[in-house]
Design a protein around this ligand. Structure first.
Ligand SMILES: Cc1ncc(COP(=O)(O)O)c(C=O)c1O
Length: 421
């Protein structure tokens, strides 16, 4: 018997980022010398305080309320009040197995088309498709660092008839590393208000904003209709622990009941020891601040280094301001690459992996046109524990230091440069 499958699922391909990670690791295991710029996993060890809390709570075996552990929800509410001036009450905070799952559940619950800036993270589109939602990537401009502008959002909203629209704004951005300014957020908020847009503000990289500036999220300017999501994967390097949260404004009290029912009928709750393990990340953030800021400074150093190198090679690349990604394009080499049979970003990525062992992701996976030769670079292929120990701080990094701390990143630039000659 052949199983009959739900086509919304059977037509999905495996998440592009997880796929490239598996492929690059397989090639490495086969002995190939791969520079892995494809996967955005924080390379640093999980802070000791969180590891201790996880160990000390391993015996906890109870189911916890689907909302999450009360102490953790309260700690997240206090943390986001103190660090980002948000006013979410702890009763409206959901703890889930990663913010990815919570975003999915929210998209499942909320009616209306999903709009995202293009480029945006690879998983939003498939999540919308699973739910048969209209998915509308909004074209942005290189000259704005691909940050969504109010006029662009306004035009997109005007093209949609459904009275409610959803916008996912990921700030700092995966794939570009861009961070929206306060003025941009305020202007976007005005457009959202005009068109009845619910914003899911994906702030999983908020604590990685470079240069020590206070991060600002759109909830500050549009508190009444912004659901903010984040978690422990990036700033606390605990992606595999699978814990994230969604913060829902009081105005959306109607969301919390059905969402809680949805949670109870699906994942039930996040594993209890993991919730206790996450607690020091928020309740004891002052103790972890130094770790988070040191990791952030390392991301800033690698981001600036790669951007400089890419520009030297002749690629166009917006300067990253947060997260651990860059989004350079090879448009200046279009004719040369075309003569080698490379006309799409997918072909470009494939050939870079096959011919010089540099793994990265095609811009097309981030909703850019196939023939636009952009790629997504992750800047985390190094030994995080070693670098955390040896990193000299914010001083200018010399080429020797870069070579000893980030040999794969230096080597990737050398390979791309030679390949383009
Ligand atoms: C933009 C963005 N949002 C959300 C996530 C998922 O985070 P979590 O580990 O909380 O599910 C990621 C992970 O790569 C991401 O890059």
């Amino acid at each position: 018997m052949r199983p009959i499958l739900n086509r919304q699922i059977s037509n999905l391909k495996e998440s592009a980022t997880l796929f490239i990670n598996q492929l690059a690791l397989k090639l490495r295991n086969e002995g190939k010398d791969i520079c892995h710029l494809g996967f955005g996993e924080s390379p640093f060890p999980v802070p000791e305080q969180m590891q201790d809390a996880l160990r000390n709570n391993a015996q906890r075996k109870q189911y916890i309320s689907g909302y999450g552990l009360t102490e953790l929800r309260q700690a997240v509410a206090d943390f986001s009040q103190k660090e980002f001036s948000y006013n979410y009450s702890y009763e409206n905070i959901f703890i889930g197995p990663g913010s990815k799952e919570l975003i999915f559940q929210l998209l499942y619950l909320l009616e209306g088309p999903l709009m995202v800036p293009a480029p945006s993270w690879v998983s939003y589109g498939p999540q919308a498709r699973i739910r048969s939602k209209t998915f509308l990537p909004i074209k942005t401009d290189f000259k704005n660092g691909y940050r969504l502008q109010a006029e662009e959002l306004d035009a997109a909203c005007s093209s949609q008839d459904y009275p409610q629209k959803i916008l996912i704004l990921n700030n700092p951005s995966n794939p570009t590393g861009s961070v929206h300014s306060a003025v941009e957020l305020r202007d976007l908020a005005e457009v959202c208000r005009k068109h009845g847009v619910i914003v899911i503000s994906d702030e999983i990289y908020a604590l990685t904003q470079y240069d020590g500036q206070q991060f600002e999220g759109i909830a500050k300017y549009y508190p009444e209709a912004t659901i903010t999501t984040s978690g422990i994967s990036k700033a606390f390097s605990a992606g595999g622990w699978r814990l994230g949260f969604a913060m829902i404004p009081d105005e959306f009290a109607e969301i919390t009941k059905p969402l809680s029912a949805f949670v109870s009928e699906t994942f039930s709750c996040v594993s209890a020891p993991i919730q206790f393990g996450a607690l020091p990340g928020f309740a004891g953030y002052d103790e972890l601040r130094e770790y988070v800021e040191r990791c952030r400074d390392i991301h800033a150093a690698t981001g600036h280094y790669l951007c400089q190198q890419f520009r030297k090679i002749g690629l166009n690349c917006p300067e990253p301001q947060g997260a651990f990604y860059l989004f350079p394009d090879f448009e200046n080499f279009k004719d040369k690459l075309s003569s080698r049979g490379i006309k799409t970003s997918t072909e470009l990525s494939k050939r870079l992996l096959d011919e010089v062992g540099v793994a990265l992701l095609p811009g097309a996976d981030f909703y850019m046109p196939e023939n636009y030769l952009a790629v997504r670079i992750a800047s985390v292929d190094y030994d995080g524990a070693q670098v955390l120990h040896d990193f000299p701080g914010k001083t200018e990094l010399t080429q020797e230091l870069n070579l000893s701390l980030f040999p794969k990143l230096v080597e990737a630039c050398r390979r791309i440069n030679n390949w383009l000659k």
